[in-house]
Design a protein around this ligand. Structure first.
Ligand code: IPE
Ligand code: IPE
Ligand code: MG
Length: 253
C-alpha cells in the first residue's frame, strides 16, 4: 500500500492526523557502540528534523514527541544536565526553522523544575512559532500522564471552590477539555521505539483510543522509512471504538 497515494479502494487514506512518539532507546544505541548515553541522546535529536518534514508531507497535522518524562529526573545528574543542554540548544537552533516552515512549536509538561534560562528559551520558541498553520510540533518535557490528569483535576477543583462550576458538571468532557493537547486532533497513532511495550506515564488520558505501534528499532535509527511503516500499519487497523464496524461480523455471517 502506498503511504502517500490512495488505498486499494481508491479512497484517500484516512490519517493519521496526530502521531505521538515515545523516543526510546538512545542509551542502548550508544552502549552498542561503546559510547555514553549522551552520544545516543545527541544522535536521537538529529532524527527529529526529517520526521517533522515527513509528517508535513504526509498531511499529519500534529506530532507529539516524548522527550523527558516526570521520572527521568532520576537519571544520573550528568545525563540530566546533558539532556537539558540539548533541549535548550535544540530550541535555539530549530525554532527559526520551524517558523520558516510554518510549524507551531509547543511544549507540554511542568516548567517550574527547569532553569529560568531554559524556561525563557521555551517561551521564546513558542512565541516565535505561534500561529504557524502548516502543523504543530509538541514536545513533552518534564511531562507525565498522571501529572496531566492531576493538573486538569486541580483546575476543575478550583472552579468548584470559587463557585464557577458545580460538582455535578464534572464529567469526561470537562476533564478532556483540560488535559494537554485538548485543542489538537486526537492522537491517532502512538509509536514507541526500542522494543519496550509500555506507556511509561506518557499520554494516559489522550491515548484511550490511539492505535499503538511498537518497533524494536532504537530511536537514533528511527527514520522516515520506519515512520511510513508505522503509518501503513495504522491504515490497516480497524478502529471500532467499542462499536461494531460495518464490514465486521455481519459480513462474515
Ligand atoms: C530515551 O532513551 C530518551 C530519554 C528517556 C530521555 P533512553 O535514554 O531511555 O534509552 P534506553 O532506554 O536507555 O536505551
Ligand atoms: C520514556 O522512556 C520516556 C521518554 C522516552 C522520554 P524511559 O526510558 O524513561 O522509560 P522506562 O524507564 O523504560 O519505562
Ligand atoms: Mg529508555
Amino acid at each position: 500500500m502506498s503511504v502517500s497515494g490512495t488505498d486499494v479502494t481508491g479512497r484517500e487514506p484516512a490519517g493519521p492526523r496526530h502521531i505521538a512518539i515515545i523516543m526510546d532507546g538512545n542509551g542502548r544505541w550508544a552502549a552498542r557502540k561503546g559510547l555514553s548515553p549522551s552520544a545516543g541522546h545527541k544522535a536521537g535529536v538529529e532524527r527529529i528534523r526529517d520526521l517533522i518534514e515527513a509528517c508535513k508531507e504526509r498531511g499529519v497535522e500534529a506530532l507529539t514527541l516524548f522527550a523527558f518524562s516526570s521520572e527521568n529526573w532520576q537519571r544520573p545528574p550528568k545525563e540530566v544536565e546533558l539532556l537539558m543542554t540539548l533541549f535548550h540548544s535544540y530550541l535555539r537552533r530549530e525554532a527559526r526553522r520551524m517558523q520558516e516552515q510554518g510549524v507551531e512549536l509547543r511544549v507540554i509538561g511542568r516548567r517550574d523544575r527547569f532553569s529560568p534560562r531554559l524556561q525563557r528559551a521555551i517561551a521564546e520558541a513558542e512565541a516565535m512559532t505561534r500561529g504557524g498553520e502548516q502543523g504543530t510540533l509538541v514536545i513533552a518535557a518534564d511531562y507525565g500522564g498522571q501529572w496531566d490528569i492531576a493538573q486538569a483535576a486541580r483546575a476543575l477543583a478550583e472552579e468548584v471552590a470559587s463557585g464557577r462550576r458545580s460538582v455535578e458538571s464534572i464529567d469526561e468532557a470537562a476533564l478532556a477539555e483540560r488535559v494537554q493537547l485538548a485543542d489538537l486532533p486526537p492522537v491517532d497513532l502512538l509509536i514507541r521505539s526500542s522494543g519496550e511495550q509500555r506507556i511509561s506515564n506518557f499520554i494516559l488520558w489522550q491515548a484511550a483510543y490511539s492505535e499503538f505501534y511498537f518497533t524494536d528499532t532504537l530511536w537514533p535509527d528511527f527514520g522516515v522509512e520506519e515512520l511510513d511503516e508505522a503509518i501503513a500499519a495504522f491504515r490497516q487497523r480497524d478502529r471500532r471504538y467499542g462499536g461494531r464496524s460495518e464490514d465486521g461480523l455481519e459480513a462474515q455471517a
